[in-house]
Write a protein that binds this ligand. Sequence first.
Ligand code: ADP
Ligand code: MG
Length: 462
Amino acid sequence: MQETQPFFDIWQEVKTKLEMQLETNTYQEIFESVDSVFKVRNNYIYLIVDNEFIKKRIEMLYLQKMNRILSSYVDDRHEYKLITREQAETELKQDQDFDLTKTDNKESYDKLYLNTNLNPSYTFSNFVVGSSNRLAYTSAIKVADQPGVVANPLYIFGDVGLGKTHLMQCVGNYILEGDINTKVLYVKADQFVEDYVRHASKKKFNEFHNYYRDVDVLLVDDIQFLAKKDKSQEEFFKLFEQLHNQQKQIVITSDRKATDLKDIMSRLTSRFSWGVTVDINRPDLDHRIKILEKKLMAETSDTNLMPEKVIEYIASVFDNNVRELEGALKRVLFYCTAFDYDFTIKSAESALENLIKVKENHKDLIQDKIQNVLSVVADYYSISTSDLISKKRKRVYLYPRQIAMFLIKTLYEIPYKRIGSYFSGRDHSTVMHSVEKINNDMQVDRNIKIDVEKLKQKCGQN
Ligand code: ADP
Ligand code: MG
């Protein structure tokens, strides 16, 4: 359990803001007497209120506002929850019956207060479902309903900003809501690596093992970050085996299919397909509009605040991922509220001007660079650019094509799928294999290495 004092201080600040924003009567009636933080657990900050009536009233009318103000003081994982004085007293009494010197109690005490790392605001109810994520969503619901039984592990993959983390955490929050005693642990793969390294350097292997092996539900985000970390992979492999054998639910996310995780031992990645694999794709326009409407409802109580055509405008411009889409919406909201402008397409355009410019400049710039790589490579191997990007399978084209894909990836870090689109719509895995092939060939064939170096120079890089 976290210390409450800092949260008490923040609550005083939040109260001041509320006092400024609310009518004096309302403030005095409802908030003035709210003056203690009962506890902070699982990122929930529990405030004590006098009675059930005030609790309901705050929950219905003011909780969102409070959380919004709160988010400017702490990271957005924290949220307020309310507890009546009576409930708080009952809980305290129960805790006093708890003798921490007895190991049994110590264990259940730890269990109760295990830090899950979950963000409570990621819930199924605010995850907007469409064709691009329906299968992932239904699988996640099933897993949350029957952990360890229907799909173990659940492996979710897809590009950045499409809701993998959100969906994975829904599972954890849902399970926790059903039974607060379940030990749910969310960890990013790179944190797992760091954690392992830290414990290993102090030879505290037992502590490390005990921490992870004790969980009931393990959520590992962005597993691709285990790449090349052999020792951590070994540890994770053992952990996976152990939890899986005990039918503890494991959920994994990744930016690619398990079979495409090249620098992770296949002993481990092959196990990822033991359960169910689902992918999340980009949402289409209608889906993006629905997402925006949902986010808007969460941000403001006035659902008619933003006209439909403005929402459509934002959704049509930001088609890449949900994070960007969300950012754009927030910007328009802020811009129009701060300057008291009407919500029109025109004001949305002004609000988003810079974001759109950056987006387009980036697109133009990248496009130019890719064209440049294509013509440099075509020229170098004396073939035409159109043959280079075609689907023709002759070796004279195949090899330069792989080289071109490799160069584009290593020079400009563009997603595989996008690179594929410049080569007659080849898919993600074809491009990835080409890049890897050249990478490997370079290690064994000096000539290829020299070719690549020369080409990089010609592309204006080295
Ligand atoms: P990823 O882990 O795939 O990179 P995140 O889960 O972090 O993506 O999602 C990025 C942002 O977009 C988050 O704020 C998340 O709440 C939001 N988001 C993504 N997909 C959805 C969805 N289907 N409905 C509502 N919000 C979504
Ligand atoms: Mg993520």
